[in-house]
Design a protein around this ligand. Structure first.
Ligand SMILES: CC(C)(COP(=O)(O)OP(=O)(O)OC[C@H]1O[C@@H](n2cnc3c(N)ncnc32)[C@H](O)[C@@H]1OP(=O)(O)O)[C@@H](O)C(=O)NCCC(=O)NCCS
Length: 166
């Protein structure tokens, strides 16, 4: 699998192309980002880079040989040795283990670059593919997630102890 790259200002056009090309696909499982996200993309992207600079978040992309983005793998709300994981993978390469490999790599980076001890992720009951990715990468269900955290969808929190082998 290609290496995850930390998000950089130069990646903005490829990230926008990825979000536009997969907008309908993503909206089938997670809330659409909304027109405002695309209309004010440069502002939103700048805000992400500022959050990353502040150490609150760490954003990563998986880039194909032609420079296109295949997936995004993020650590958000980094605090006290833990963070929340988020990810999305292009429809073109879905079902080939890209998310699973990306989350595994993200877990390694969470330890080696950020010194984290645990990670958490919330997935809706309806998002079977995401739940499968979490189980395959060593996350265990820990209890119901507040639907407010999943844009009104019921779901489950998962946790991964990074000090244990998956
Ligand atoms: C969820 C997502 C990241 C999965 O990416 P991917 O690269 O296709 O995932 P992988 O190929 O690594 O693994 C998918 C697993 O889910 C399984 N799966 C896919 N659709 C499924 C379904 N409807 N029901 C049950 N299992 C399903 C696959 O069979 C595979 O498991 P397996 O390896 O045991 O066969 C991708 O669909 C996506 O970006 N969705 C939109 C954004 C999103 O939901 N993000 C997660 C938010 S919590």
């Amino acid at each position: 699998m290609p290496e995850l790259k930390q998000l950089h200002a130069d990646h903005a056009p490829a990230v926008l192309a990825f979000e536009l090309a997969n907008r309908g696909y993503f909206a089938r499982s997670v809330p659409d980002r909304g027109d405002d996200f695309f209309e004010r993309f440069a502002d939103r992207y700048g805000a992400l880079l500022a959050e990353q600079e502040a150490g609150i978040c760490a954003f990563h992309i998986l880039v194909a040989e032609d420079g296109s983005v295949l997936g995004r793998f993020n650590l958000v709300d980094i605090e006290d040795g833990t963070a929340e994981v988020g990810y999305r993978v292009a429809q073109d390469v879905s079902g080939r283990g890209v998310a699973t490999a990306g989350v595994r790599e993200l877990c390694r980076l969470a330890v080696s670059r950020h010194g984290l001890r645990t990670l958490r992720a919330a997935a809706s009951y309806a998002n079977a593919a995401s739940q499968r990715v979490l189980l395959k990468t060593g996350f265990v269900p820990t209890g119901p997630a507040d639907p407010a955290h999943l844009s009104g969808e019921p779901g489950t929190w998962y946790q991964r102890d990074l000090t244990l082998e998956p």
